[in-house]
Design a protein around this ligand. Structure first.
Ligand SMILES: Cc1ncc(COP(=O)(O)O)c(C=O)c1O
Length: 440
């Protein structure tokens, strides 16, 4: 693979100007300064071309600037840019709500609340859950990431840097353990564990600390994203649903990262055959235009006019982009994600046999993660290997992102074909082999 001299001179100058003007709270892993994108490829300001396995953090679901999405954006932009869907009506917002309600994996009819981001969709879900149940308490999971606004942050327990210095957070939130079988927090083995992590909630937490009749909702990522691409074991989500049903607790699926076809089904909850009561969406919903949506069972949406709203939520240009995105997803991209994702996972599993640092390979569809370790016996986390591989892949022309403490995620756009996916995986393996030689 050709080695790029990155950052080039133009990128260096932009980064200098960025550092002088932009908040230092952003988390840039390597110096990629984008000039343009097309499909699964991106170019930096110095003319270097890269294969993008990040999709702008799982957002550009249809690839960069898909012509049909761009056309929908242009057509809507020429009609009007904004009117505020909270105070006025416009067809494109209504059509998008109809489409989402048709797709929602819930039997009861649903209604949609529009926002601008994942965190805002979560805020809306949090407020609705409290409002509808008249209960204060919320359960969320260790290593969960739900966003960084105060409500969403209170549910987030992914990295302490995200919480340090911001207390007091929203009260009445308890974090419990996720079904992370590779590193079971209870030191048990699936299936002999009999889902000890779920039983703990009922048998311990609900007895000693949190009255279940005070719990409004359990917020869950169907696959933990920022926390490390963790897929819960079979039966786990169903057990969670049963726990919710037993105590009248709402199940809120945070599908901000897993939703809109990424896992090979429109919503990841469909893999588990479990219906949530509320779904939060954002990221891939509009191929890169800012949009969030909170979908809830109709009987829960009892809040009156004024209880919750957002000036920009459901912006017409974003809504038009979302409708074009969903058309593409339904016309083949969701199946493509399932097919190419399966191919990529098989290759990663094959690679795992030859690489001592590939502790775990997991994921569904095009939401795949590899957990890097010092060795497979001890499972000691190897963040230094992960960081070096991400950096080395960048120099070789592949954009990757980390997740959790020591995971690399593979989240190309849903338009990717097997040949291009293989090219990306070749670069990954070459980078990994070099780094293993140097660091293990
Ligand atoms: C599962 C999940 N929920 C919520 C969010 C927050 O979304 P946003 O960054 O758009 O606020 C993210 C972002 O990574 C996410 O992955």
């Amino acid at each position: 693979m050709t080695h790029r001299r990155v950052p080039g001179p133009k990128a260096k100058e932009w980064i200098r100007r960025d550092e002088a003007n932009i908040s230092p709270s952003y988390t840039r892993a390597y110096p990629f300064v984008m000039a343009k994108g097309e499909g699964v490829y991106v170019w930096d300001v110095d003319g270097n071309k890269f294969l993008d396995f990040t999709s702008g953090i799982a957002v550009t679901s249809t690839g960069h600037s898909h012509p049909e999405v761009v056309r929908a954006i242009k057509e809507q932009a020429e009609k009007f840019l904004h009117m505020s869907g909270t105070d006025f009506y416009y067809p494109v917002q209504i059509e998008l709500a109809e489409t989402l309600n048709r797709l929602a994996p819930m039997e009861e009819p649903t209604l949609v609340f529009f926002a601008n981001s994942g965190a805002e969709s979560i805020e809306a879900a949090l407020k609705l859950a409290r409002y509808a149940t008249k209960r204060p308490h919320i359960l969320a999971f260790r290593n969960a990431f739900h966003g960084r606004t105060m409500g969403a942050l209170s549910l987030t327990a992914s990295k302490v840097v995200q919480r340090r210095g911001f207390a007091p957070l929203v009260p009445e939130v308890t974090h419990v353990e996720y079904g992370y079988c590779y590193r079971c927090p209870f030191n048990r083995r699936y299936p002999d564990c009999d889902l000890a992590c779920i039983r703990y909630i009922e048998e311990e937490l609900f007895h000693s600390e949190v009255p279940p009749d005070q719990v409004a909702a359990i917020f869950v990522e169907p696959i933990q994203g920022e926390g490390g691409y963790v897929v819960p074991p079979p039966g786990w989500m169903r057990a969670l649903r049963e726990l919710c049903d037993k105590y009248g607790i709402l199940l809120v699926a945070d599908e901000v990262q897993t939703g809109m076809g990424r896992t090979g089904k429109m919503f990841a909850m469909e893999h588990f055959g479990v219906e949530p009561d509320i779904i939060a969406l954002a990221k891939g919903i509009a191929s890169g235009m800012p949009l969030g949506a909170m979908i809830a069972r109709k009987s829960l949406m009892t809040w009156p006019p004024g209880a919750h709203a957002s000036t920009f939520g459901g912006n017409p240009v974003s809504a038009a982009a979302a409708l074009a995105t969903i058309r593409l997803l339904e016309n083949g991209l969701v199946e493509n994600a399932a097919r190419v994702g399966k191919h990529m996972k098989a290759r990663l599993l094959d690679m795992q046999e030859h690489h001592p640092s590939m502790g775990d390979v997991r994921g569904l569809g095009l939401m795949l993660g590899v957990e890097l370790v010092r060795d497979k016996e001890s499972k000691v986390r190897a963040p230094e290997v992960r960081d070096a591989v991400v950096q080395r892949a960048f120099e070789k022309g592949l954009l990757l992102l980390g997740a959790g403490r020591n995971v690399i995620r593979f989240i190309p756009a849903l338009v990717i074909d097997e040949k291009t996916a293989d090219q990306g995986l070749d670069i990954f393996e070459e980078a990994l082999s070099e780094v293993e030689k140097e660091l293990l």
